[in-house]
Design a protein around this ligand. Sequence first.
Ligand SMILES: NC(=O)c1ccc[n+]([C@@H]2O[C@H](COP(=O)([O-])OP(=O)(O)OC[C@H]3O[C@@H](n4cnc5c(N)ncnc54)[C@H](OP(=O)(O)O)[C@@H]3O)[C@@H](O)[C@H]2O)c1
Length: 330
Amino acid sequence: MHAWLCENPTGVDALRWQELPTPTPGAGEVLIEIAAASLNFPDLLIVQNQYQFKPTPPFVPGSEYAGWVRAVGPGVTHLQPGQAVACLTGTGGFATHTAAPADRCIPLPPAFDLTDAAAFIMTYATAYHALIDRAALQPGETVLVLGAAGGVGTASIQVAKHAGARVIAAASSADKCALSQRIGADATLDYSVHTAAGSFRDELKRLTDGRGPDVIVDPVGGDLAEPAFRSIAWRGRYLVIGFAGGPIPRLPLNLPLLKGASLVGVFWGEFARREPQANAAMLQTLAQWYLQGHIKPVIDRVLPMTELPQAYALMAERQVRGKVVLRNDH
Ligand SMILES: NC(=O)c1ccc[n+]([C@@H]2O[C@H](COP(=O)([O-])OP(=O)(O)OC[C@H]3O[C@@H](n4cnc5c(N)ncnc54)[C@H](OP(=O)(O)O)[C@@H]3O)[C@@H](O)[C@H]2O)c1
C-alpha cells in the first residue's frame, strides 16, 4: 500500500507519499481499499498541528473516504469483505488502504457513487445537525449561509432548501455566488463587493425586506460575524460552526438580548460521539435524501490521490467550490 505520511505536522510540504506495509485489521477493525477520499478543512489544520484533535506522528491524514472492505478483524459482524463503505475516522484516508474502526464505516447501498460517498458524511451531517437539529429550521424561514460555496456551505444550501427554507448564499466572489445559485440558493450576497459592515447589512436588509435572516450558518467567522448577527431576525438562531476565516469573533452579549436571538454552538463530531443513535438515524435520512435526488455533493474536481498537495493548496487559497476528491484509480 501507499499513503501520505505526516512524520512532523509542520504543514503540507512535510507530507511524503510512501510505500508502507498493508495492515492486518485488529479487533473491531476492517481493512479498507480506498477508492476515493475528500478534503475537509480539518485535514488542512491537522497537518499544521492546529486542529483540536492532534494525532501522534507519524500519521496518515485524510478524515473521510469511501472504498471496499477487504478483510475484517475479530469481532466485526456488520461488515463483510467486498462491501462498499463510507468512513469517517479522523485520519488514514489519504492512502490506498487503511485499517479503520468498523464502527466508523457505514455500508453503502449499491446506487451510492463512491466519489459522492467520499465527500458526503462530514459536510451533510454538519449541515443537517446544525439546521434541522440545533436551529429547528421551519419551512418558509430565511437562512443566510456564509462561505456558501465551501463544503459545509454547499451542503447547507441543499439541506436548507430541501427543508423548505429560502436561502441567501453569501460568498467572496461572483463566481462562488453563481455556483450557489445553480445549486438552489434563492438570492446571493457577494461580500467582496459589500465589504464594509454597513454595506453588507444594507444588502441583507434589502434581500429580506428589512426582517433579517431567521437562521445564519457560519462556518467562516472573521469580520462578517458581527454585522451578520446584528442583522438577524427576531428569534433568530446564529449557528457557530467554524472559523475558516481565521480569527474567532467576539460578540457583545446585548446583541442576542435585543433580538430575542440565540447563539447556537454546533459540534457535529461530539454530537455523533454522545448521541450515536440520533446520529445514525440522521445519516440514514441523509442517505435517503441522496438516493431520492434531493442532495448531491458539489464536486469541484477529482484529482489523483498522488496530487494531494495540489488539493491542499486549492483549499488554503480559498479556491475550492464544494469539495475536492482524490481517487486512487484516477
Ligand atoms: N462544527 C462542526 O461540527 C464542523 C464540522 C465540519 C466543519 N467544520 C468547520 O467548518 C469550517 C468550514 O469547513 P469546510 O470543510 O466547509 O471548508 P471549505 O470548503 O474550505 O469552506 C470554507 C469557506 O470559508 C471561506 N473562507 C474565508 N476565509 C478563508 C480563509 N482564510 N481560508 C479558507 N477559507 C476561507 C471560503 O469562502 P469565501 O471565499 O466565499 O469566503 C471557503 O469556501 C471549518 O472551519 C471547519 O473546521 C465544523
